[in-house]
Design a protein around this ligand. Structure first.
Ligand code: SF4
Ligand code: SF4
Length: 352
């Protein structure tokens, strides 16, 4: 195989030997406990995967700790799931119990499989990005602390619940299609610093606005923002740092529900607005944690087995969803996007 510096290396060079030997020839898997699966190959070989909850932003100390654990029990083999969980891949059955006990002694949680809540997909937040309306790791930690029993399997749900967080509507997270989504919202237009705008490229700044809300101000050699047209996306700030829109009072969190990527039972669906605004309240975001927990608990009490959050809402009706959860229905829930006519419910029937 030729070696280049373009693109990722071939993943097959990093497969654990047992997976390389049995590639594409797995017969079945069974769940031994939440987070622990036994995979059996056509050849009769067995592999155990142990899923451990993990944060997305890892310190070097944590990476070293995870690698040490993998060296001790799994010949150094582990993988990360798309929701940042770590899966230790154990090919020697005798190492399974010692690994589980070691992880428990370290205070690590095991779970995230089956009908429950696995790790939250989330974005950069206040740590890395320039346009967030809320933090990412902070609220995710607070929410998952409150929902840990649904991760470990101590409490089960009717179906899988995927929760995600994006810290602005540019949405590097999966908030457009998750059962429950936490989305940072700006609510104020960018404040133009006319002196500093002179250091930006005016044509690209004007062109960066998806709604055409920015026009040049030739007299000042700057730009003007039409507040009526602005949707607080932050694109202009990406082009021109002299147009910040972050604001302690204006910024906050919205909650969306009912989306999914899966094609089983019903088709993939977009998330829809449930709560338009909650304040940013670090370090533990109590309002957001309570709102997510409430939706999970009401869903747990009313959904049928295997129903996803969106399927449950569509069965009982959105009116009943708002009534059961106690979430107020406001004018903010009415979709007035110009091209939204295909998403409107055009029936005259309401069931409040
Ligand atoms: Fe940045 Fe928005 Fe992505 Fe958050 S969602 S990391 S604020 S672009
Ligand atoms: Fe346009 Fe978005 Fe900037 Fe508002 S925040 S002016 S919509 S680019």
């Amino acid at each position: 195989m030729s070696q280049t510096d373009i693109g990722p290396p071939d993943y097959k060079t990093m497969l654990p030997p047992i997976i390389a030997r049995n590639y594409g020839q797995w017969r079945y898997h069974e769940t031994l406990q939440t987070g622990v699966l036994k995979h059996v190959a056509e050849s009769g070989e067995e592999l155990y995967s142990v899923r451990m909850g993990s944060q997305r932003l890892l310190s070097t100390d944590t990476v070293r700790e995870i690698c040490d654990i993998a060296d001790k029990y799994c010949d150094g083999h582990l993988r990360f799931t798309s929701r940042y969980n770590v899966e230790f891949l154990v090919s020697d059955q005798n190492q399974l119990q010692p690994l589980l006990e070691d992880l428990k002694a370290r205070g690590r949680v095991i779970g995230g499989t089956g009908a429950g809540i696995t790790g939250m997909v989330h974005t950069q937040g206040w740590i890395h990005c320039h346009t967030p309306a809320t933090d990412a790791s902070g609220p995710v930690k607070a929410i998952m602390d409150a929902l840990a029993d649904y991760f470990t399997g101590a409490k089960v749900l009717p179906g899988k619940v995927r929760i995600s967080l994006a810290c602005c509507l540019n949405m590097c997270g999966a908030v457009h299609c998750s059962d429950i989504s936490v989305l940072g919202m700006h609510r104020l237009v960018p404040v133009v610093d006319h002196e500093r705008v002179k250091g930006c490229e005016i044509p690209t700044t004007v062109a960066s606005c998806p709604t055409g809300a920015i026009r040049p101000d030739r007299a000042k050699g700057s730009v003007v923002v039409n507040a009526e047209k602005c949707m607080y996306c932050g694109n202009c700030y990406t082009m021109c740092p002299a147009m910040p829109l972050a604001d302690p009072e204006g910024d906050g969190i919205s909650i969306w529900v009912g989306g999914k990527v899966s094609n089983s039972r019903s088709g993939p669906a977009f998330s829809k607005l449930a709560i338009p605004y909650l304040p940013n309240n670090p370090p533990r975001w109590p309002e957001t944690v309570e709102a997510v927990k409430n939706i999970v608990e009401v869903y747990a009490a009313h959904a049928r087995k295997h129903e996803r959050v969106g399927e449950w809402i569509n069965r009982v009706g959105w009116e009943k969803f708002f009534r059961l959860t106690g979430i107020p229905f406001t004018d903010k829930h009415i979709d007035d996007y110009t091209l939204a006519s295909t998403t409107f419910r055009s029936s005259a029937q309401f069931k409040f």
